[in-house]
Design a protein around this ligand. Sequence first.
Ligand code: ADP
Ligand code: ZN
Ligand code: ZN
Length: 700
Amino acid sequence: MDVSKHYWIDVAIQTPAHSQIAGLLSYRCLFEVQAGQLVRVPLGQREVLGVVWAVSDSAPADMPAKSVRDVTGTLEGLPPLDSAWRQLVQFSAQYYQRSLGEVALSALPPQLRELSSEQLARRLKKQKSDRTVLTQTGPALSEEQQAVLAQMTSAPGPFLLFGSTGSGKTEVYLQAVARMLQADPQAQALLMVPEINLTPQLEERVQARFGAEAVVSMHSGMTPAQRLKGWLAAHAGHARIVLGTRMAIFASMPHLRLIVVDEEHDPSYKQQEGARYSARDLAVYRGKLQNAQVLLASATPSLESWHHSRPAAEGGRYLRLHMPSRIGTGLLPKVRRVDMNHQAKKAVLSAPLLAALQERVERGEQCMLLLNRRGYAPVLHCADCGWKSECKHCSAFRVFHKIDRTLRCHHCGMTERVPRACPACGNADIAPIGRGTEQLEEHLGELLAHVVRPDGTPIRIARIDADTTRLKGALESQLAQVHSGEVDILVGTQMIAKGHDFRRITLVAAINPDTALFSSDFRAPERLFALLMQAAGRAGRDARQSASSEMWVQTFHPTHPLFEALKKHDYPAFAQSELTERIAADLPPISHQALLRADARSQDVAQGLLNAARETLEAQLSADPATAELVMQVSLYPAVPMSMQRVADVERAQMLLESPHRMALQKVLLHLHGVLHQLRSDPEHKGVIRWLVDVDPQAI
Ligand code: ADP
Ligand code: ZN
Ligand code: ZN
């Protein structure tokens, strides 16, 4: 057979995790193909979707031509994925230690895999190529906003916009997009937000400004059909603006010119399964790749970005832009600390806070109470025998939910009716310990039952957390009630602290923020500070009321430096002191980390794999002069149980790798990959269920 007219191609296909196949397979193609094209190929008995990664005229040397199978077909009418997209995927796979095929395929809308050629052709035909872009003019910009936009024209970036809550950052994004759309009739912009359903307002704002046709959304809450439609529009260049969560970083956008990462410090930019990528970090990489401007923005930047935006003379790589003032005459709320050491023992709400709440409600103002614990009580307890509502399957307590009288494990989901009596000793008097949002809401209702609003009607208390918002649309309608003033006091978890533009809230209170002060996770203070600043940012957003707005913190440690910095709204001071500590302890952003985690039925087996991997790796690296240096550059720590040691009857252990050199760490991880595959076949490690690597982990 004459094979000279055929093409030999490498195709990226979805491969199972830990498979030896790197995700590229060779096929023969009987028609002309280009890299980036989507094809259907046979795999075993199945036919799967793949992305053409490389095309060549000659058969692969390491394979007898006969054993190479033929491509079944191509997805006609779909332009190839461009080289920038492929490079982004390739880099991500390599950096986060996953297969190329897995990253490539999971970046595509799932429906692409299922559609027949006819179905796809119909979808493509329905596309509107003449999507109009409106660009309504926005408000006149503040001086700070103007200065920021001016700097964005005179420097290439990446930029870190450090702007107070309510300083008008969103308006800067919109104007930057508008300017770019005007300058380039094809240009596309990517606007990334941590969680879209928490900020439905932003979606409306973007659509109102540019017209619904120009904007597509990308997030996990969409139906497969919606996702495909949005993806196709972005891929074809018809959608000028993509508004999405972390997954949107992989959207195919051939004319990408601007990437905005709103609330860039938010942990939800880090994917927590599969390829554990950081969409924020990839945004910077992608910007460079496609020559797109990158704007990271936050009122409390991540220490990583803060460090990167130090002066260039000191090695900074990002340009820091600053918007310290709130729009108009708006002021940031006054921070008040309540020393809980001087309050009634076991009081959840201090007397002064209760009085302040009453006063605000009687004046017709709104308040917001933050408690990072949902349910009624975190644990049920028997005082007679000491029984506690532990989960049988996890190293955690099951949480008491009074509303449906259940005990629920928030880790494995195990749910049971609350027992009538202590399961261990029969004592009928089992009691909740600690408080969650459900109890806070109930408690508040009792304590403030007598309070009436200015119009004489009774006080209205509402709660927003993962339990109240389970149903589709529930969060939107609950938020709408707050916005329209149907709620006087809102109780909730950190969900309510995120970017909402509440106009009527004048008092925000953190009920019990202390636990994060003494966490074993070195990032806990950074998270707490960001959360409290963000929560404070919900108060006094209307300039007319901002002068009297307050942020209350109930704490047993009122003089803690974190609260001192909060009182002054002084993120730079906080960041400086945290950075000093991180530098002293060789922690990120000074060093780079990766975690290797192993899951097994027993802790010994999980740790056994990790320790064996470490010893084998060190021996292998030291034996070869070419790699011996790596052992000096990268620290490998002994295996330890994870802080959540057992979840759903699976024991989890982890091993930390740390290095001042990112490249050295990457090289070691590559070797580690090989070592793990070697060890896997050893009967000693049979009991290992899975392992995974987390590069730049967000929680240790
Ligand atoms: P941030 O994102 O920094 O918290 P926003 O962009 O949401 O702040 O702005 C806060 C409020 O100020 C919004 O209601 C917004 O519409 C309004 N705003 C922003 N910029 C201006 C401006 N230049 N003139 C008038 N109002 C503005
Ligand atoms: Zn459990
Ligand atoms: Zn008991």
